[in-house]
Design a protein around this ligand. Structure first.
Ligand SMILES: [Zn+2]
Length: 103
């Protein structure tokens, strides 16, 4: 279902390129919709990555704690809160559990 909406998104973006204000119809260039959408999604990704970078992740193998950089946290494969990182202590790559800093 999610994949269906992802495939449908470009169609929705490019089909809604005109605006009706009163009886007038205005054509809106595609980039006036596309660029703000990309900027908005990039801003969400940036702030969510910064939010994730405030957490410490715990390695399941060695128990080492580390803080990932915001872009690695934002782009990491995840399942619920667990994210795939390479542990800087033992170099194990796998799902790491987040914990608040200082616990
Ligand atoms: Zn480790």
């Amino acid at each position: 279902m999610k994949r269906f909406f992802i495939l449908l998104l470009p169609l929705i973006l490019f089909s809604s390129c005109n605006a009706h204000i009163g009886a007038q119809q205005y054509d809106v260039p595609w980039w006036m919709i596309f660029i703000p959408t990309v900027v908005f999604l990039a801003a969400i990704w940036y702030f969510y990555g910064k939010h994730l970078a405030k957490k410490e992740f715990v390695c399941p193998i060695c128990g080492g704690r580390f803080t990932p950089s915001w872009y690695k946290a934002a782009f990491a494969i995840h399942f619920n809160d667990d994210r795939v990182f390479t542990c800087p202590h033992c170099h194990h790559r796998g799902f790491c559990t987040p914990e608040k800093k200082g616990k």
